[in-house]
Design a protein around this ligand. Structure first.
Ligand code: FCB
Length: 487
């Protein structure tokens, strides 16, 4: 299991680019709010939005209930060899029936925002055509309970579970699917816009394109050529931007829309001006496929040159659409990319390979790199003047095992979170406009082709009984939120 080559390993291999007891903070007295007396070097700005994140296919289950149509993940995970011991999302966290319990956990932890995704096949069981009202019923009930608990929803429209029917035209291989996504986005904005103020079009374009269409390690399991993959990426970008426009045209005034991108987090090997500059240049080039084209309205010369004959076909009009301005950028921050200055390369930088002994969490791809939480938002802000940033995902994979008394003492995850949050506090304190942080994940869930043993939650889920137990990391996060400061 540990040796399984998981989705992000492929990308790297190919070289593409507190304790449960709330202790008062130093200086705080027993009667003062706990955050008083926290040194400014540990505080976050007032109103910082502390959240948790999940996605539909990973938690909902009920894949054949209430008129939901099949998704590409249902189909993909039916083929036993595709996922860890053939595991699938048929039941997952049974969230379709247990959302109230999980909202109560968020409330208990003091969580202020929740990023969830809508399952496209619940709304459009066959991808296009008639909406399924029962699909909306579920999200209506869930959102009402969430708002009642005082938790702000952030709604992702596409977190990888495309209606299977759209594979008839090749999924994202077809620009028709970009238009179908825009139609779905319009409907979602109309239906949810009275309660959802923040929409995210898509989660991690490069992950679902590379793993799903290049390596076949995720749904839909295709292994396309480099040229075809470049075209798929282009179609997805178009879908994203048409989705943005559809949300704007259909939601209420003041609705905000962004993207969740797993940007390559380039970090200077040593914090000297030359390496810092090189890692900034690298940020722009290594993110040419998504962030750069969205912000600059063109693919970089190096990106097109490297692809050569495999470069995507596009029109000037499409690039204009793709660069539709966003209200915020979401960054999913996990592993780092270490960069040093190098005048001998055309780009002026070198991306370093990681030594075998480089520390990682349970997921082979999850190399430790808290510095990415500092440099990625910083470069994003410096390069394109982005005014509003959210960390839309960050979290740690562990092989959690409950103690005899049923506690889950995941000190490894606490260590991970504290390190990344320290870098987040650093970048925010320098005035980089990161407005909130969504911890992946509220609870253990279906980790795609790695199945259920790979746990990312701050709440432990016993998948036999569906019993939830808040882990030590959950208590830690509760303390961070209460203090609005590092704990
Ligand atoms: C991200 C995915 C999310 C989850 C975490 C661990 O890349 O967006 O669904 O799998 O990784």
């Amino acid at each position: 299991m540990t040796d399984r080559i998981t989705r992000r390993n492929f990308t790297r291999l190919l070289g593409l680019s507190a304790s449960a007891v709330a202790l008062p903070a130093a200086g705080a007295t027993a009667s003062s709010p706990v955050h008083e007396g926290v040194p400014p070097s540990r505080e976050f700005p007032g109103g910082f939005l502390w959240g948790t994140a999940t996605s539909a296919y990973q938690i909902e289950g009920a894949t054949e209930e209430a008129g939901r149509g099949p998704s590409i993940w249902d189909t993909f995970s039916r083929v036993k060899k595709n996922t860890y011991t053939g595991e699938n999302g048929d039941v997952a966290d049974d969230e379709f029936h247990r959302y109230r319990e999980d909202i109560a956990i968020m409330q208990e932890l003091g969580v202020k925002a929740y990023q969830f995704s809508v399952a496209w096949p619940r709304i459009f069981p066959t991808g296009t055509g008639a909406q399924n009202p029962q699909g909306w019923d579920f999200y209506d009930r869930m959102l009402d309970a969430l708002l009642k608990a005082g938790i702000e929803p952030f709604c992702t429209l596409y977190h990888w579970d495309m209606p299977q029917a759209l594979m008839a035209v090749g999924g994202w291989q077809s620009a028709d699917v970009a238009r179908a996504f825009a139609d779905y986005s319009a409907v979602a904005a109309r239906h949810l816009g009275d309660r959802v103020k923040n929409f995210i079009t898509m989660s991690e374009i490069t992950t679902f394109v590379d793993e799903g269409y290049r390596y076949g390690s995720d749904a839909p399991g295709l292994k396309l050529s480099a040229g075809e993959v470049a075209q798929v990426t282009h179609n997805v970008l178009l879908g994203h931007a048409l989705g943005v426009q559809a949300v704007r045209a259909n939601a209420r005034a003041g609705t905000r829309v962004g993207i969740a991108d797993n940007a390559v987090s380039t970090c200077p090997v040593i914090e000297t001006p030359e390496h810092i500059n090189a890692a900034r240049t690298a940020y722009r080039e290594e993110n040419a496929r998504v962030l750069t084209v969205i912000h600059e309205g063109r693919y970089t010369e190096l990106y097109l040159k490297n692809l050569g004959a495999d470069a995507p076909k596009f029109t000037a009009e499409e690039l204009k659409i793709i660069s539709t301005p966003l209200d915020f950028i979401g960054l999913n921050i996990y592993e780092p990319t270490w960069v040093r200055a190098d005048d001998k390369t055309a780009s002026g930088y070198e991306v370093l390979d990681l030594p075998k002994s480089y520390p990682k969490m349970a997921a082979g791809w999850l190399q430790l790199g808290p510095r990415g939480m500092y440099w990625s938002p910083k470069y994003l802000h410096e390069l394109w003047g982005v005014k509003e940033i959210y960390i839309t995902e960050n979290g740690a994979a562990s092989w959690d095992v409950p103690t005899k008394s049923g506690e889950v003492l995941d000190v490894d995850r606490v260590f991970f979170l504290r390190s990344y949050l320290t870098s987040l506090q650093r970048v925010v304190s320098e005035g980089v406009p990161v407005k909130g942080y969504f911890l992946w994940s509220l609870m253990d869930n279906y980790e795609w082709s790695d199945g259920y043993p790979m746990r990312f939650g701050i709440t432990y889920v016993d998948f036999k009984t569906q019993k939830r137990t808040v882990k030590l990391s959950g208590e830690f996060y509760k303390e961070v939120i209460a203090r609005n400061a590092l704990a």
